[in-house]
Design a binder for this molecule. Structure first.
Ligand SMILES: [Zn+2]
Ligand SMILES: [Zn+2]
Ligand SMILES: [Zn+2]
Length: 150
């Protein structure tokens, strides 16, 4: 008989934490990575532009931003220039302009670490024209913090 509720698939066994990490294609990102300190530099003062083309081939479809030198290169699904940049320069951490995930070539894994959050926030801002809700809150807090009244 169709229309009955699913039986035996009660999904309440493992409560999700309030801040469950975003899942990328079912892969849970690592939170620690030995390459973060050496391969993540502060965002350029001019900010980020999520529509920047690949610096090598000019493709705009699916690009990665190097978090060390802030050059933009296309994914392996296009011409593989991000991989080539990593092989040539040894810069391990990249941020996807497609889904704002961070990838470490050396770890061969997605990374979710606070060190990369400001770059993600800047990319989100460029992509959507506004801050992501949670980032906006923390930015407002730190702005109030820094903006000491005089
Ligand atoms: Zn790593
Ligand atoms: Zn390219
Ligand atoms: Zn680089």
């Amino acid at each position: 008989m169709e229309g009955g509720g699913p039986s035996g698939s009660h999904a309440g066994d493992q409560p999700l934490p309030a801040s469950a990490p975003i899942r990328f294609y079912g892969v849970v990102p690592r939170t620690v990575c030995d390459h973060l300190t050496d391969n993540v530099q502060p965002i350029p003062p001019a900010g980020l532009c999520a529509s920047d083309p690949c610096g090598s081939c000019g493709d705009t479809r699916e690009n990665w931003l190097c978090l060390k030198c802030y050059q933009v290169h296309c994914s392996r699904h296009v011409n593989g220039d991000a991989q080539r940049h990593r092989d040539r320069e040894g810069h391990e951490l990249v941020l996807s302009y497609a889904d704002l995930s961070v990838w470490c070539f050396a770890c061969d894994s997605y990374i979710n670490n606070p060190i990369t959050h400001s770059a993600k926030q800047a990319a989100y801002l460029s992509k959507f024209g506004e801050m992501s809700p949670e980032e906006a809150v923390s930015a407002a807090v730190s702005a109030t913090d820094a903006d000491v009244e005089r």
